[in-house]
Design a protein around this ligand. Structure first.
Ligand code: C2E
Ligand code: CA
Ligand code: CA
Length: 698
């Protein structure tokens, strides 16, 4: 019949067998088969199998027809070109193309056309076998897509990604990874990952690695890496097993650089323990150390003494020569205090002109010698620009464990002793004696006076505006209590608040302030003033008292005050018992009031609570603002705190702004709210209304 090339047809001369074979091909061949005759520059179908009829949508074989009779023009054109090519070179040609079937379905096809050359070397017939490879192409595309997607995840990942084998040998690393480690690519690939892990963390890493190899995705919050030139990098680590044919062949190591965050945390932690002015340990450091000493002493019998040192006449000097001079003097005092040789002691600044010294010694004679040396440190004058300043130091001493085993009462007892020194002979020292705490008349007078103050209407509230440094507009107010007593006169809050805190009376005071502020807001509203938020200071003790939230709620209800108008100011100390604080803060948030952290930077600052608590505002303590354009370190701290707060979505208020230059700095670092004498002192409500509040115009 048709196919006369060498091969089976020659051998199968029996025409009936030939037609049987063709019959089988016709019905069962899963590919499309076309046999064409080539004549007068035209290709004509002479045989097509059943399957190809199906896909072409033909009911009978297109025998005798050309491409143009059966296919669209462009398809026919392109096929003809390929067929002619095959005829011309007398060679098979493979090609791939797409077909739209009669039912509209698009298929991908792979074809091979083979010219049949006759005995005189001419091509008369040509066979085309076409295979539907749609499924395969789809799969390949899918694979390719997955690969691309993976590659892009790898290449464009914001984290460093390294692929390692089960031994930890790196065979692939993305650009971020190269940048992170700082080595050239060729010094990372083919090296073991351990080379880049800091020795101190390597054991933990290996444990994790082993676990990941049995199929767990694991994470480490912090790991130290050794980058190029021994640079220390902190990273967050994730290990993800790479599975190939159901088997774990290695891991992806994902590293996120958290170095900057760790450094910030470190800086803030340091800040938490360091007195900004003198560089000595601060109150928090003191308490930490005391707690440690009182704990360890139990077992190790370590005795120590606490020396409470207070500078005599310092306040007077500070007031007459100004704070700058005062600060220089305090720094110099700190320097002298740490200069005594041959004793094992540490010095802390308790606040103001008070210092506390811990010395590991319980022998009274040795302690007396030491105290004498401290007093001698003040024999020579303090010089500032050719001016001599003379002042002395008074010291009260308590001993652990004789006088107390509790850190707080050790301080208090030393303070009682100090009172005595001040009363009797300034510039000397005294040891604590049991009966000393009976002689604290001032405290008692204040305390009993305070208890009558609410009923006698001796308290009143001043408001200090908080303003936008750019527009100079008042954004909010802080309520500050004042006490005017007939016998003491105007008592500064710092004189009675600590006593109120100690005795618990602060809860009455706090509730009174909350009530008065709400009442004031209602009054302003009544008079059609546009209300702005008011911050209320709440002492730690009050903050943690069960009645606090309810009293606040009650006041808001009574005066129908929008809770968003109230901001509760607490200090970092209120955060010290973290779990308890979270509950209260959540209740406050549910109530709808705002929360701010007062005096930030002077206490127990840790990043962790900032991140995890629902805080709205951070108030940077005045002691930092005072140092603007004087201390680069403090400027850095201010910037750090305010960047940090902004990152956490909090508002920042700079406290105690007294100079225009401080405003310039604050603008520069985009800290846009400030409070301080420069703009306004705390003033009475009437004055606030007339100078700082707007009226609704109807
Ligand atoms: P605070 O919360 O840090 O309040 C700010 C203090 O800084 C106020 O002192 C304010 O008058 C003062 N101040 C504001 N701007 C400047 C400035 O530019 N320069 C200077 N040198 N000082 C400025 P105040 O009113 O004597 O209050 C002292 C502290 O007493 C307050 O510090 C707060 O801790 C406490 N306090 C005041 N009122 C209350 C209250 O109602 N409840 C509680 N629990 N504590 C209060
Ligand atoms: Ca405050
Ligand atoms: Ca403050």
């Amino acid at each position: 019949m048709i196919v006369e090339e060498e091969g089976f047809v020659d051998n199968i001369s029996d025409v009936s067998i030939q037609s049987k074979i063709l019959g089988i091909i016709y019905r069962h061949l899963n590919d499309f088969l076309f046999i064409m005759k080539y004549e007068n520059d035209e290709f004509r179908y002479i045989f097509t199998n059943e399957k190809s009829l199906e896909v072409l949508g033909l009911s009978e074989t297109p025998r005798g027809k050309t491409f143009y009779d059966v296919l669209p023009q462009d398809k026919a054109d392109s096929l003809k070109i390929i067929y002619e090519e095959a005829i011309l070179h007398k060679q098979s040609i493979e090609f791939m193309d797409d077909h739209t079937l009669f039912n509209g379905e698009l298929i991908h096809a792979e074809s091979i056309i083979t010219p049949i050359v006759n005995s005189v070397g001419e091509c008369e017939y040509i066979i085309c076998i076409t295979r539907d490879i749609t499924e395969r192409v789809k799969k390949e595309n899918q694979l390719l897509e997955n690969k691309l997607r993976f590659q892009s995840l790898f290449v464009h990942n914001l984290d460093a990604v390294l692929s390692v084998d089960s031994q930890g040998n790196i065979f692939n690393v993305n650009k971020v990874g190269v940048d992170l480690l700082g080595y050239p690519l060729e010094e990372i690939e083919n090296r073991n990952i351990l080379r880049f892990i800091d020795f101190v963390d390597s054991q933990e890493f290996l444990n994790l690695f082993a676990m990941a190899l049995i199929g767990k995705s694991l994470e480490l919050k912090k790991i130290r890496l050794k980058a190029f030139a021994e640079k220390e990098i902190f990273a967050q680590l994730k290990l993800i097993p790479t599975v190939l044919h159901g088997e774990i062949v290695g891991l992806y190591i994902v590293l996120r650089d958290i170095t900057e965050q760790i450094h910030q945390e470190e800086a803030i932690r340091q800040l938490a323990y360091c007195d900004a002015l003198t560089g000595l340990g601060n109150r928090v450091a003191l308490m930490d150390n005391l707690k440690m000493l009182t704990k360890s002493s139990n077992s190790e019998e370590k005795h120590f003494a606490l020396l409470y040192c207070d500078l005599d006449r310092f306040k007077l000097m500070n007031d007459s020569f100004g704070h700058t001079t005062g600060d220089i003097l305090l720094k110099e005092v700190a320097n002298r205090l740490i200069s005594i040789m041959d004793y094992n002691y540490s010095v802390y600044r308790q606040g103001g002109d008070e210092f506390i010294i811990l010395i590991e010694e319980s022998d009274k004679e040795i302690i007396s010698n030491f105290a004498g040396k401290i007093i001698d440190l003040f024999n020579s004058p303090f010089k500032i620009e050719y001016q001599d300043f003379y002042f002395s130091v008074s010291i009260g001493i308590s001993i652990y464990p004789t006088d107390s085993t509790n850190p707080y009462s050790l301080i208090k007892n030393a303070d009682y002793a100090l009172y005595n020194v001040k009363d009797n002979e300034k510039g000397s020292f005294e040891f604590y004696k049991n009966d000393m705490n009976k002689n604290v008349s001032y405290t008692l007078e204040i305390e009993s006076g305070m208890r009558k103050a609410i009923n006698n209407n001796e308290f009143f509230i001043c408001y200090q505006p908080q303003f936008d440094v750019n527009t100079k507009k008042t954004k909010s107010l802080e309520a500050l209590i004042r006490w005017n007593n007939p016998s003491f006169g105007l008592v500064p809050p710092l004189d009675f608040i600590p006593i109120a805190e100690e005795t618990g009376y602060i809860i009455n005071i706090g509730e009174w302030v909350i009530f008065e502020v709400c009442k004031q807001l209602a009054e302003w509203k009544e008079k059609s003033y546009n209300l702005i938020p008011v911050a209320i200071n709440i002492s730690t003790r009050h903050f943690k008292h069960i009645s606090f939230i309810n009293a606040l709620k009650r006041a808001l209800d009574i005066f129908e005050i929008d809770p968003g108008l109230i901001e509760i100011e607490i200090t970092e100390r209120a955060m010290m018992n973290f779990d308890e604080s979270v509950i209260i803060l959540d209740q406050l948030k549910t109530l709808g009031v705002n929360i701010s952290i007062d005096d930030f930077g002077t206490g127990y600052s840790t990043l962790s609570y900032l991140k995890n608590l629902p805080l709205d505002t951070i108030k940077i303590d005045r002691s930092f603002i005072q140092e603007i354009s004087k201390s680069e370190k403090d400027e850095m701290i201010i910037k750090l705190i305010s960047d940090l707060a902004r990152n956490l979505g909090m508002r920042v208020i700079a406290e105690g702004v007294e100079e225009e230059s401080q405003i310039h700095f604050l603008k520069r670092i985009s800290c846009d709210t400030a409070q301080g004498f420069l703009y306004s002192r705390p003033i009475l409500a009437e004055e606030v209304a007339s100078n700082f509040l707007n009226k609704t115009t109807t």
